[in-house]
Every structure is written in C-alpha cells, then in structure tokens.
Design a binder for this molecule. Sequence first.
Ligand SMILES: [Zn+2]
Length: 166
Amino acid sequence: MKLSEFDIDFNKFKNEKDFFSFKLNDAFFELKENSLYQHGDFNIDIQCEKFEDTIILDYTFKGNIKSHCERCLKKIKIHINTFRQDVLKLTLNNDLLNEENYLSVNHPVYSVYDSIYEQICLDIPTRLICENSEIQKKCTIEHLDTKPIEKRVDDRWAELKKLIKK
Ligand SMILES: [Zn+2]
C-alpha cells in the first residue's frame, strides 16, 4: 500500500459522480508516522461529486481497529461504522491554495489519506477497553498480589540484621 494510491485525480472524472473504494489493513497505518493505531481492517467507500467549482466527497467507513484492553490487556476489536463529508473548492487563487480544502483548478488532485486516518481516530472511543469493544462487557483489573513485594522487603531487613549481628 502506497500513499499515492489515495490520490484522487478529479481531471479523470468521466461523469459528475464517481465512486472509489479502499480496502485498508495494517499497511494503511504503517504509512502514518507515529500512528496512534497499528492494526485494523476497513472498507471505505467514497462517492465524489464534481460541480463547477466544488467537489463533495461522501465517505462511508465500515471496519474495526484491533488493540489491547487498557485495563485487562486482553485482545479487543472495536467496530467503527461511520460517515464523513469533505467539501473541496476549486480555485486559481494562490493564497487560497495554501489553505485546507482548496484545490487548484489546473491540478485537481486530492489525497484522501489524511481524511480517512483522521476520521478513524475521531470515531475510536477515548478508552480502549472491553466495554467499548465488540464484546461490550465490563472487565476487571487483575489485582496484583502485594505479598511478594513485602516479602522482598523483609528479606532485605533480614540481610541487614545479619550484618548488624556480625
Ligand atoms: Zn478488558
């Protein structure tokens, strides 16, 4: 999977409307430096509609993120089914081209990568825990037995006492 695969060239539009589909896997997240997530599978459908100076992109997301529960560390899968719309403006004004959502009339190519990545991140629950995953069950932290730590301290005291006796 390459970043360039996410470029949509609106010059190639045959009709006013066109459809694009992307099948994402872990390779999608590898393209992002310091990605917040590493594992997931998604089907993304994008309907693009081109008007005189506007392009509307309607995204449909269906898929899941795979991670580990922050609480019990079990493997979890979080389903994400969502929508997004991007509105792009075509312009010849160079100042506007530095702004987001503006495309050059002469070179109307747009990468949907960041929009897809951003939307996935926005729809992921704040806490990656079993409750928010496909199993939707509350989990509990396995409480660590504190006894071995106390014992270790006791051992050290014992060693110290031996030294004092000498
Ligand atoms: Zn859990």
